[in-house]
Ligand binder design. Structure first.
Ligand code: HDE
Length: 706
């Protein structure tokens, strides 16, 4: 094995269990070398297979046992390793957790992103919440921040989780639909449980359709508690902000991607890491002192509420970078076991009833999924902090504990492992004073179900609102029972009368006559993805459509300008192989157009070359490619004769450059009549600026077919 540098302690720890097939010989599990693995041992060439064929039996038996239960929720996921490092020491005033407060410490992490409702083989781009779970291998033990890409949740108390999940999962009689919320049982549940309304607004928004896991926010959701070295508690909400900004796909596009590339988000994460475009997030915290616990018009323990950032700012803590793909999906991404109760000194729980239930559920679920109590021995789950317990035996015990003692307190082993030390060296539960009668009752402070749903809706820009209305119409339009549709509209009428009316009009139920609750008019601009977007062309994929006769010089200049801006251009031609340019040079096509689709790119550009454009104009894939990209709000470019393809593709009233123009940029369509060397750099700059915007929403695409 060549010597290599390890990224960190976790990487080094994993090295001891990595194995490679190179230069090895096939053996049984017992290490016995075999000479033949294609034919069973039989009595005569055409006779029955013999029981003594231990190799065949072992091979088939192992195969029979290769599946473990998939996660009951979040079954579909993708993971990566990386590290977290705080910027500063400022948080030390509030927490004793050194991985959050010592800028010298770079903590290894494993992050798993996931969808929630679909099974392991379902498509990535469905309308759903995304999981964002981070395991920090800290020197004080593993800390798991098991969050989502939306800051609130559907229900307030964990006892309702089985009901909610049964409602959103495929219906039990026919197991339809897969990974979809657009069906009767989910919306029946929503109609019965108005506490879902805030989260439902998020689910119907663009947040449920992330462009990439790399362009998604993350939230701890619950209010947790930080505990300082001198034992003071402070409430905290955790936020992850992606450095590339938060961006989404559009609904029609996501549905098509689910067929064209069901692994779209997983592939995107994998490829970005392989090519060195390491995704990054900033960890931020909202802090609330214990004295201020009751100073909000909602309950901090209610996971259906956010603390608006305008009220309590998000303060930056440190940076997360994902820079290494796992070696083996099953061993690492499938077997990673997160648990909300994996906390370290300096972090503690709040009494959020959803969190309290999670603290039970995650350990319980791992026992079934990973086959017993020793799942922490699985390499991806092992802490880098030393582990010494009196726990012994159990299925798949991996440690060889020496000595006679496995109990506490003992004298035979000198009382070891010993309990000693003081907080924060050891974990000590935060001494919160609680009292009350045993009671099964939702707190009255949890009973406002609508005002933050309204806050969310008010905070959206017009295109974001339009997408929400369209999403409700789609989802409820799939619901068979009209009563359920009408009941949801009734709830929406408490959120916003205009919203309820527009939705009702699309789904054939009567629009409410008057508003049920007046809209309070408050908003929180931080909730919108479009109000202050991060503009960046980095890692954006651009399809460049070419055929024989293409302007080679112009195409090379385009590729170089896009690459310099950090974008990823790909040359798509009618067939794989070399393309002969107008200047007789050859240029290699990256892919054949018919193996790809516009929905797999962020933008499309058609270079000059009369012959090239003439070929592309007769290729329905190429024409559709351009129309569809335009329909989905993506930047479109063309230069020289390339503009002809845009005309054929029908981009509505969009103004395209004519021979008198220099550079024309209209609703994100950037054209110039020039080609080859005569093109100004301004053309490329304008194109890159549009690409950095992600999508152009002020286009009228209603009549564009795609
Ligand atoms: Fe989970 N959740 N959850 N959840 N959850 C699981 O744990 C559960 C909740 C979240 O990539 C399960 O190992 C209950 C909120 C993520 O491996 C299970 C309740 C949030 C992941 C479970 C919740 C989450 C899970 C399934 C209500 C956002 C994937 C398999 C009380 C803050 C982690 C497993 C990964 C996974 C239970 C609610 C996020 C069954 C009972 C709220 C990201 O234990």
């Amino acid at each position: 094995m060549p010597q290599r540098d390890f990224n960190d302690e976790k990487d080094q720890q994993l090295e001891s269990v990595r194995t490679d097939a190179e230069h090895t010989r096939l053996t049984t599990q017992q290490g016995v070398r075999v000479d033949h693995t294609d034919d069973s041992l039989t009595a005569g060439a055409r006779g029955p297979t013999l029981l003594e064929d231990f190799h065949a039996r072992e091979k088939i038996t192992h195969f029979d046992h290769e599946r473990i239960p998939e996660r009951v929720v979040h079954a579909r996921g993708a993971g990566a390793y990386g590290h977290f490092q705080p910027y500063d020491t400022w948080l030390a005033e509030y927490t004793a957790a050194e991985f959050l407060t010592d800028p010298q410490i770079r903590t290894p992490v494993f992050v798993r992103f996931s969808t929630v409702a679909g099974s392991r083989g379902s498509a990535d781009t469905v309308r759903d919440v995304r999981g964002f779970a981070t395991k920090f291998y800290t020197r004080q033990g593993n800390y798991d921040l098991v969050g989502n890409n939306m800051p609130v949740f559907f229900i307030q108390d964990g006892i309702k989780f089985p009901d909610f999940v049964h409602a959103v999962k495929p219906e039990p009689h026919n197991e339809i639909p897969q990974a979809q919320s657009a069906h009767d049982t989910l919306w029946d549940f929503v109609a019965q449980q108005p506490e879902t309304m805030h989260m439902i607004m998020w689910l119907m928004s663009d947040r449920a359709l992330p462009r990439s896991y790399r362009m998604m926010q993350g939230f701890g959701v619950h209010t947790f508690r930080l505990v300082s070295a001198d034992g003071r508690g402070t409430f905290v909400k955790f936020h992850w902000k992606p450095l590339l900004g938060t961006h989404s796909l559009v609904w029609d596009e996501t549905q098509k991607i689910a067929g064209k590339d069901p692994d779209f988000n997983r592939r995107d994460l994998w490829e970005a890491i392989e090519t060195g475009d390491f995704p990054e997030w900033e960890l931020g915290v909202q802090l609330v002192s214990e004295d201020d616990e009751h100073s909000f018009d909602f309950d901090l323990l209610d996971a259906t509420k956010i603390i608006p950032e305008e009220q309590v700012p998000v303060r930056p803590v440190g940076r997360l970078v994902l820079d290494r793909n796992p070696d083996n999906f099953f061993a690492e991404t499938e077997q990673v076991a997160f648990h909300t109760a994996n906390i370290v000194p300096g972090i503690d729980f709040s009494n959020d009833p959803l969190l309290q239930a999670r603290n039970f559920s995650y350990l319980d679920t791992q026992l079934l999924r990973l086959g017993g109590p020793n799942f922490a021995h699985i390499p991806v789950n092992r802490p880098v902090a030393p582990v010494h317990t009196n726990q012994r035996d159990g299925f798949a015990q991996h440690r060889i504990h020496r000595g006679r003692t496995s109990y506490f307190d003992n004298s035979l082993a000198g009382g070891c492992p010993a309990v000693s030390g003081q907080f924060p060296e050891v974990f000590t539960h935060y001494q919160e004073k609680v009292e009350g009668a045993k009671i099964r009752k939702r707190s009255d402070s949890f009973k406002d179900f609508y005002s933050q749903a309204t806050l969310f809706y008010n905070s959206m820009t017009q295109p974001e609102k339009d997408h929400i209305v369209a999403a409700f119409r789609f989802e409820l339009g799939k619901v068979e029972q009209t009563e359920i549709r009408a009941a949801v509209v009734d709830h929406l009428n408490h959120v916003d009368h205009g919203l309820a009316t527009q939705v009702a009009q699309g789904i054939g139920v009567p629009a409410p006559q008057q508003e049920a609750t007046p809209n309070h008019g408050r908003s929180s601009p931080a909730l919108s993805q479009l109000i202050s977007p991060v503009a960046s062309a980095k890692t954006r994929k651009v399809a460049v459509l070419i055929a024989d006769g293409v302007d080679g010089i112009g195409t090379r200049r385009l590729v170089s300008a896009l690459t310099q801006a950090g974008a990823i251009p790909e040359l798509l031609a009618p067939a794989d192989g070399m393309v002969r340019c107008a200047n007789d040079e050859d240029i290699k096509a990256d892919r054949a157009i018919n193996t790809m689709a516009s929905v797999l790119y962020d933008a499309v550009v058609v270079p000059c070359g009369p012959d090239s454009v003439s070929t592309l104009s007769k290729d329905g894939y190429a024409v559709h490619f351009v129309t569809e990209a335009f329909k989905h709000g993506k930047p479109v470019g063309a230069f020289g004769a390339g503009i002809k393809l845009l005309r054929i593709a029908n981009l509505g009233e969009t103004r395209l450059a004519s021979s008198e123009d220099d550079v024309v940029s209209d609703v994100g369509v950037v054209t110039t009549p020039k080609a080859e060397k005569s093109m100004d750099d301004q053309y490329f700059e304008t194109l890159v600026a549009q690409l950095a915007k992600h999508r152009i929403w002020d286009r009228d695409t209603a009549a564009i077919p795609a």
